[in-house]
Design a protein around this ligand. Structure first.
Ligand SMILES: [Zn+2]
Length: 213
């Protein structure tokens, strides 16, 4: 599976494209595009590689991770996967935009496919496992791809840091528990792709993350 990253919006959010190869299938994880330039760049990427967008996968529904979702569903009519725990928050994206004092035009969307811990999604011939990892938000999930040896962790964990727990639905102990029980048990070479900043590995975070000491 190929992985491409677009860093977008005022929060520097990582929007990932998973794709099977030129002319193949694609999934977009956390479409955070906040303006037409960012939307068009992603569209152009799909076109240049002749990709069929099969789905949008949401790790959670803080506004910086979902802003571009409506653009994709309108343009491609693809399903949107997300956890029930964040759906109400996602529906209140206008409240979130105001809270962060953001001026952006966000097209509406709906989660069409609810995922829970243990759900399996297929893209091409690869399986994507859903791990429920609440704590940063109630409905936070990680998309784990055992065959590719990587996981898209949203804002649960960052290189040497963890997600904030002061936003709606956040809880520190719950987050630490999710990280320990769901992520740190994965093979140590597993690459973790967070929603902000660079990638890391399970082994590095086990060893060096100050919040897990
Ligand atoms: Zn977040």
């Amino acid at each position: 599976m190929k992985i491409s990253k677009f860093t977008v919006n005022p929060f520097g959010e990582n929007t990932f494209i998973l794709w099977t190869g030129e002319g193949g299938e694609a999934a977009v994880i956390d479409p955070g595009m906040s303006n037409s330039r960012e939307c068009e760049a992603l569209k152009r990427f799909l076109e240049d590689n002749r990709l069929t967008l099969k789905m949008v996968l949401l790790t959670h529904e803080h506004v910086d991770h979902i802003m571009g979702t409506g653009f994709l569903t309108e343009e491609y009519g693809c399903p949107v996967y997300g956890h029930a725990g964040d759906i109400v928050m996602g529906q209140k994206s206008d409240v979130q935009l105001r809270a962060f004092n953001l001026q952006c035009e966000m097209k509406p969307f709906a989660v069409t496919d609810e995922v829970t811990d243990g759900s399996v999604i297929e893209l091409g011939d690869e399986k994507i496992e859903v791990l429920h990892t609440p704590g940063h938000s109630m409905g936070g999930v990680v998309y784990y791809m055992p065959e590719s040896g990587c996981a898209f962790v949203g804002d649960t964990i960052f290189q040497m840091s963890i997600g904030r727990t002061d936003l709606a639905g956040g809880d520190y102990d719950t987050l630490i528990n999710s990280i320990r029980m769901k992520l740190m048990v994965l093979p140590e070479e597993t690459v973790l792709y967070p929603g902000h900043g660079g990638a890391t590995t399970v082994g590095d975070e086990r060893q060096y993350n100050p919040f897990l000491k």
